[in-house]
Design a protein around this ligand. Sequence first.
Ligand code: 2YJ
Length: 269
Amino acid sequence: MTRLTEEMIIDLPENARERSKKLKEQIGMDLKTLAFKSIGENPDDYDFSDYSVASVPITAGLGVIGGFSLSVKAILEEMGFECFVTTEPDVDGFYEALEKGADIIFVADDKRFLAYNAKTGIYSENVSSTAAGYSEALDIASGGLKGKDVLVIGAGRVGSESVRLLVSKGAKVKVTDIDFGKAKDVAAEYGAAALSNVSRAISEHKYILDASPGLIPGELIVEGAVISSMGIPYSFDAEGEKKSDMIIHDPLNIGTAVMAAKCVASPRK
Ligand code: 2YJ
């Protein structure tokens, strides 16, 4: 899995509002609305202005990423939560969050990005949440994917979960990966088709969900393409941006917002 870098998120705290506005221009829904829709809930049913959320820096593995906890805080504040970054990292930070009465606690190491609702015991994680948010965004952006051909690029954890979700939305899903064996396995598991030639697959699809870290040359992009891309680093050049109708992309926002929505919406286990 690609690890975020400081450069990818450096502007995020200042731009969380702008990113949500851009999403609204693109698909007619802001971040909060998309997050709840992607889990089948109506955002208007939830008032979480009295929720306190903590974002805890974690030093394990490759360590703290500059701006990561602050970015999580900015995304959650944009959704309407009260949020704070703990002074202390790691377990002591988790303790601080509990002591300060946090309802939901966000933590991320190099393998897992997790949100935990300390009041209900509900938790959510970034992989399935990112897949849900970006699949829903593509569904909305395309005017409904039912019966339409959709290409998923990347058969890793987020890509395979996206294949599952897009098949369940009634799309005709193809999946491609530089490791064709992975694409075949995922396709077989969820009732999709696997395509071995990644470049050709891209050049033959208008609706694309990009869950790969690779760059996608603009010459491969179909005119009028509609692309939902959670892949980091950002995959597109100026030609691809010009030819496509829409590229939905952010480094952290949609996945984090869906994690929060899940923690709020799910009933106590
Ligand atoms: O607390 C910190 O600053 C760090 N321990 C954050 C680590 C962030 N984790 C990653 O970048 C993982 N690869 C998961 C990211 C999921 C984003 N889709």
